[in-house]
Design a protein around this ligand. Structure first.
Ligand SMILES: NC(=O)c1ccc[n+]([C@@H]2O[C@H](COP(=O)([O-])OP(=O)(O)OC[C@H]3O[C@@H](n4cnc5c(N)ncnc54)[C@H](OP(=O)(O)O)[C@@H]3O)[C@@H](O)[C@H]2O)c1
Length: 332
């Protein structure tokens, strides 16, 4: 097991999922750490392919792994693509964790999520609540796969002495988010909907669900900073929650996003759409005791995220995002 503090400088560090929102933020943060960054595209190594993953690890032998690759999506994607979410996330976790161990990786970080705690676990959610009750039905396949990844990291630590740790991020937002009209998370969906409504002059924006569920949102660059901090300072089997420790209702979030985008019309709620878990607020006392706290306020983060949304449209957008009019962006 590596000692604490764990030295990142000079190490070869593999960020799995480097084109995703989290992977990109970790890359940005690692630029300050003097590491030898390793990445590989899905075209070269599909992480569901065990033989390809083993061959790549044997050739590159990364010393440190951030396992931020996963099949990720909002409530509709999770509820619709149930087989894909279960199979792909199990395969990615199993292949990468085993290959990291087999190739003597010194340290690995696995990404869980606040949405894999039991649906009605006491709030704020403590790490000890994992596996203490039934899961939210809409994302049960994703949660089962993610819990398996956490338990794999724990088992490799206990049986083999591998320094594998797990983190549980809150809902994330920021540069590199997925703005798919059906499959995105709520934050990205709101940015896109309010932006398009403002651009088209629509008088009303419909928000899915009742607006009453409460959620916690963490700016993705804060997450990346916490991950580097934990990689250096944490080495235990229990996962660590990463969040702000503050939540708000979806209705209040919608008001804040509308204000940042400059949409001045009405907001209504489509109650035929599912709400998901009623509340998801993380207890961040373990993280605080390890010496880290979030620094980006939600107001500031929304402005940064909207600015990134506008910039990303200019050619670097994911193919599923419609081409939008740059002139319609007001970043405040
Ligand atoms: N987003 C959130 O709000 C949130 C909250 C809590 C936890 N997390 C966790 O954070 C991690 C990263 O999430 P994210 O939001 O960054 O997701 P994301 O933006 O969808 O990125 C996922 C990344 O994984 C890669 N990937 C997926 N399947 C792959 C495969 N078969 N082979 C190779 N690469 C593959 C994707 O590659 P392509 O670019 O080629 O598609 C992409 O780069 C996940 O483990 C997620 O559970 C996210």
């Amino acid at each position: 097991m590596a000692s604490i503090p764990f030295e990142l400088r000079g190490k070869s560090v593999y960020v799995a999922g480097h084109r995703g929102m989290v992977g990109r933020a970790i890359e940005r943060r690692l630029a300050h750490e003097q590491v030898n960054l390793l990445t590989v595209s899905r075209n070269e190594v599909d992480l569901r392919d065990q033989a390809a993953v083993n061959a790549w690890f044997a050739a590159k032998r990364p010393q440190v792994v951030f396992l931020a690759a996963a099949k990720v999506g909002g409530i509709v994607a999770n509820n619709t693509l149930r087989a894909e979410f279960l199979h792909e996330n199990l395969a990615i976790s199993g292949n990468v964790i085993q290959a990291a161990y087999a190739n003597r990786c010194e340290k690995l970080m696995f990404f869980g999520s606040s949405c894999i705690y039991p649906r009605l676990a006491p709030q704020p959610l403590r790490e000890e609540s994992l596996l203490t009750g039934p899961l939210e039905p809409t994302n049960e396949p994703y949660a089962i796969a993610k819990i398996a990844g956490i338990k794999m990291s724990e088992a490799y630590r206990i049986q083999y002495g591998a320094d594998f740790i797990s983190v549980m991020p809150a809902n994330l937002y920021g540069p590199g988010d997925n703005y798919h009209p059906e499959y995105s998370h709520v934050f990205a969906a709101l940015i896109r909907r309010f932006h398009e409504a403002k651009r088209s002059g629509a008088s009303n924006v419909v928000v899915w669900g009742t607006g009453t569920p409460r959620r916690e949102f963490l700016y993705v660059d804060d997450l990346a900073d916490a991950c580097i901090h934990l990689m250096k300072t944490y080495s235990s089997p229990e996962p660590v929650n990463i969040g702000t420790g503050e939540d708000l209702s979806i209705a209040d979030l919608a008001l804040m996003v509308a204000a940042a985008v400059g949409f001045r019309g009405e907001i209504s709620f489509d109650t035929s759409r599912p709400d998901g878990t009623p509340r998801k607020l993380l207890d961040v006392s373990r993280l605080s005791s390890l010496g880290w706290r979030a620094t980006t306020s939600l107001t500031e983060g929304i402005q940064l995220a909207y600015r990134a949304f506008c910039a990303e449209r200019d050619g670097r957008l994911r193919s599923d995002l419609l081409v939008l009019d740059k002139a319609a962006c007001i970043t405040g």
